[in-house]
Design a protein around this ligand. Structure first.
Ligand code: ZN
Ligand code: ZN
Length: 200
């Protein structure tokens, strides 16, 4: 008798464990990329006077665990519930995308650090469109990413909330380019935006 070519489907708990394992691996890989970018940012800022520094922010993602899933009917983590599994799959896919973007960002910084003629601030660019922070105003988000005004415009929803294009979560802004950086800086500077406030 030939073995069946159709794989036996996993039971819901094993499937939940498999996807949860993916999220664990991707979270560890993502944290590695975040740390790598943070070290590069530290390195390229260390010789700068304080007023020119755009302080890097680091937020590592909490690593999920393989704790026993809750199979109570009402539990939101019940793997027998279809929406729980859909959410878990989406989470794994987003984490994977963030790992890839993290690699691209760190590589872009490394490339800018060795570029000739040298760039003054190799880490200071828009993480979405890679516009240089010396040419355009770049803001630092609460999630630790950098984004230019143009990309903010494309990332706001109808309520004026900006969703980070790297983390896929709504975010606010903690700082903007030190003014000495922006060459064609307008005389008057808009206040730093808080979450949900995008004034152009
Ligand atoms: Zn941009
Ligand atoms: Zn972000």
């Amino acid at each position: 008798m030939s073995p069946s070519t159709i794989p036996t489907p996993l039971d819901p708990i094993s499937e939940w464990r498999a996807w949860q394992t993916f999220t664990i691996i991707y979270t560890i890989l993502l944290n590695r990329q975040i740390r790598r970018r943070w070290l590069l940012e530290q390195k390229s800022m260390q010789d700068r006077p304080l007023r020119e520094r755009f302080r890097p922010v680091i937020f590592l993602e909490p690593v999920p665990t393989l704790q026993k899933p809750n199979t109570n009917k009402e539990a939101t983590s019940n793997p027998f519930n279809k929406s729980t599994m859909d959410k878990l799959r989406t989470k794994a896919a987003l984490l994977r995308a963030r790992v890839e973007k993290g690699k691209e960002l760190a590589s872009e910084i490394e490339r800018r650090m060795v570029q000739y003629p040298p760039i003054r601030f190799p880490t200071h660019f828009c993480h979405t469109c890679v516009s240089d922070g010396e040419r355009v105003e770049v803001l630092l988000t609460t999630c630790g990413h950098r984004v230019c005004r143009t990309c903010i415009q494309y990332g706001v929803d109808e309520d004026g909330v900006y969703e980070c294009s790297i983390c896929f979560v709504p975010t606010g802004f903690v700082a903007r380019s030190p003014l000495v950086l922006v060459k064609d800086c307008p005389g008057e500077v808009a206040p730093i935006l808080r979450k949900g406030e995008v004034a152009m």
